[in-house]
Design a protein around this ligand. Structure first.
Ligand code: BDP
Length: 697
């Protein structure tokens, strides 16, 4: 039990009564259609039902007996056509599905119907999930459609198989052996994605290499696309903006230059000869040294539109990232994306999405939502979450990210008054956009269990489920994932679910409580580094972000400070602008607060900071204790793996706590509250700790 099967484990259900009921409900299957996608659905049903129910359910041509599972689309199945689902099918679009009880003659059956083969496949995965999580299907009635169209993983994978910010081994893409050898993992990767509705994958790092656009590599890309296609997954690539110069021999990559335009058009046509359903490009431009249109005095829109015109005729899209920063906004890096992009609203082509990180700095354990959400109503805005835990303890710390995703998605932008949540910007409902998207920076590598930490798989799962339906609760997602990945046993589920749901707050407490941010170790971002002050750019230093001094701590982004608050709509701006109304979780994000400021608990800020750090570390001890009681309920291999990782997490939570408390104490000059144990070493000890092994760079 090494975690390879992810949540698609399909082991026989433990409860014999339930098994008997499911066997009756699914005594045989009618599945019409011949496409590769329908084959995939057939394979999955065979594998899943055999595993879960311990029996071979046969595929037949007609619903001859009670308990037939009828699966398909009206275009391939006469039986489905006869079931009178027309009105319902008209509401579910290209990817949705219906799962319902239905009668054929006098027999009671279940139907999984969709308009397309991929809808059928999604329905099959959902149906298997209902059984695997032991739901009552006797009155099943599910009409299910995704709320967001483009649900995409971003792999920051380099062609040499290193993974930028990857902590689970080397890249899955074995470029060296492709296209002739296609590892069986590619199909399992596709199955896992399809099971949660992920329908796109960007294969290459945003810090792009133009080599991927050469025929030799496009052949390899095509081989991957061929494996993914039956599972409804389209392939996308990152475009290096300077490719026309680097590979095309042109003198410029100016997006308005006719030769450059022609080069990209021709290159794009070439890509489509390899991958006829190529999804399009993801672009990081004019950020962290990447080339872009601004090198030629052009705007982001000029660059994006040029590529959009190239892929547009083939149905492709461009995802243009808004993660930009340089020295232009010296007082506050958090303001730059908004400053550069907002004026461009309305100038992008119809097939461009602007892809925005969840917060304005960089994938911190907690950030307020990015002010660009809601601020560009004429432009489809795409969410970028980071599933890989660059700033959240790599693949070593257990943190369930659904809480972070939900917190951002359900923040209210007030763009059109109350009820203008980020989720409504992303799913297009607020500003009536048809083109919608969400991206997650993948935490997947070639480690046997895919994600490094066994619980890292839950974040891949949660991203996919929320991309499909952002209304799902963290609790439901955790519950599903735990049942599928570990056990349906309530004695296991309850405590572990609680632990998962609290884990993000726990991590915030021992790393960056009360709105602190970007105080991790320099460059690799592992471990505490609030003292970092020697980096070449001011905004690569921790001291830039926390601004601790003898008076207090925190970044003044109020109207009296950097005025970043004014990038939010007035009710949000005003809420953040005052310490009285600013949620305490964002206090030090927006305010420089005196050490003796009275917090909500009644404690002064300094004491509160200490208590938060100590309570975070203590919670990890409680996680350990809980986990240690669960040994009898799950397999030894994963039990021990998680147990050992929790040991590391516990040690490191104390490391964070002690280092940060001592460091901030050097400014506050106040004692650590007497009921808290004292750190074992002086501050210098922590400052001297260096990390040599930094995976994933
Ligand atoms: C930062 C990472 C860096 C990425 C960059 C990005 O540290 O490795 O290249 O984001 O998103 O979080 O482009």
């Amino acid at each position: 039990e090494d975690g390879y099967r992810l949540w698609l484990r399909y082991d026989k259900l433990a409860d014999p009564a339930k098994v008997a009921a499911y066997r009756n409900a699914v005594s045989q299957i009618v599945l019409d259609g011949q496409s590769e996608t329908i084959q995939a659905a057939r394979e999955e049903l065979t594998l899943g039902l055999k595993g879960l129910l311990g029996t071979d359910v046969s595929f037949v041509n007609q619903a001859t007996k009670e308990g037939t599972l009828i699966v398909g689309t009206p275009s391939t199945s006469k039986l489905i056509t006869s079931l009178n689902l027309k009105n319902q099918l008209a509401t579910i679009g290209n990817e949705g599905f219906i799962i319902q009880r239905t009668k054929v003659g006098t027999t009671q059956n279940i139907v999984i119907a969709a308009n397309t083969d991929v809808g059928v496949l999604y329905g099959v995965f959902h149906f298997l999930r209902l059984i695997q999580t032991q739901q009552d299907i006797s009155a099943v009635n599910s009409v299910n459609t995704p709320k967001i169209n483009h649900r995409i993983l971003n792999h920051w994978d380099n062609l040499n198989r290193t993974v930028e910010r990857g902590y689970a081994g080397a890249s899955l893409w074995d470029w060296h052996k492709l296209p002739d050898y296609t590892s069986p993992r590619y199909k399992d990767y596709a199955r896992a994605n399809a099971s949660v509705g992920i329908n796109g994958t960007v294969l290459t790092n945003v810090n792009a290499n133009a080599l991927i656009l050469t025929p030799q590599y496009l052949e390899k890309v095509a081989a991957l696309a061929n494996v993914f296609r039956p599972y409804g997954i389209r392939v996308y690539l990152t475009a290096r903006f300077s490719a026309p110069v680097e590979m095309g021999g042109l003198k410029t990559a100016d997006p308005l230059d006719p030769q450059v335009i022609a080069w990209w058009k021709q290159k794009t046509e070439e890509i489509y000869t390899y991958v006829p359903d190529f999804g399009g490009f993801l672009v990081k431009a004019n950020s962290e040294g990447q080339p872009g249109p601004q090198n030629y005095g052009r705007t982001h829109a000029d660059g994006a539109n040029m590529l959009a015109d190239a892929v547009g005729p083939k149905g492709g899209i461009v995802m243009w990232r808004a993660f930009v920063y340089d020295n232009k906004v010296p007082d506050d890096r958090a303001k730059q994306a908004y400053t550069e992009f907002k004026p461009l609203d309305g100038t992008f082509r119809k097939n461009v999405l602007v892809q925005v990180k969840n917060g304005a700095v960089d994938f911190q354990p907690r950030e307020p939502f990015h002010p660009l959400f809601g601020a560009m109503p004429k432009t489809p805005m795409m969410m970028e979450f980071q599933i890989t835990q660059e700033y959240l303890g790599f693949a070593t710390h257990m943190v369930f990210l659904a809480s972070l995703f939900k917190e951002t998605l359900y923040a209210d932008t007030y763009a059109k008054g109350k009820g203008s949540e980020v989720a409504k910007v992303i799913d297009g409902s607020l500003d009536k956009h048809e083109l919608t998207g969400i991206a997650g920076v993948a935490n997947i590598g070639d480690e046997r269990n895919w994600c490094g930490h066994p619980f890292g798989q839950a974040n891949w799962y949660a991203f996919g489920r929320l991309a499909w339906d952002h209304t799902l609760s963290e609790s439901q997602i955790a519950d599903e994932w735990l049942r599928m990945t570990f056990s349906n046993d309530n004695r296991f589920l309850k405590p572990v679910k609680e632990m998962m749901l609290a884990s993000r707050e726990t991590l915030v407490n021992y790393m960056t409580p009360l709105g602190l941010h970007h105080i991790m170790g320099y460059n690799h971002h592992y471990g505490p580094g609030p003292w970092v002050n020697q980096a070449s750019r001011p905004d690569w230093n921790s001291v830039y972000y926390h601004k601790a001094d003898s008076i207090g701590v925190g970044f003044d982004r109020t109207t009296k400070g950097s005025d970043a608050v004014s990038q939010y709509f007035p009710p949000v701006r005003d809420m953040f602008n005052s310490t009285q109304t600013c949620p305490e979780k964002f206090l030090l994000w927006f305010h420089h607060v005196p050490w003796d400021y009275k917090t909500q608990s009644g404690r002064i800020l300094w004491d509160e900071l200490c208590y938060r750090y100590y309570s975070g570390a203590k919670s990890v001890q409680q996680m350990q204790q809980t986990w240690n009681t669960l040994q009898p309920m799950i397999d030894a291999e994963r039990f021990v793996h998680v147990k050992d990782l929790l040991k590391v997490q516990e040690k490191e939570a104390r490391w964070w706590r002690d280092a940060c408390v001592l460091y901030f104490q050097s400014f506050s000059k106040r004692p650590i509250p007497s009921d808290l144990e004292k750190p074992p070493y002086p501050l210098e000890h922590y400052v001297k700790i260096k990390h040599l092994f930094v995976p994933g760079i």
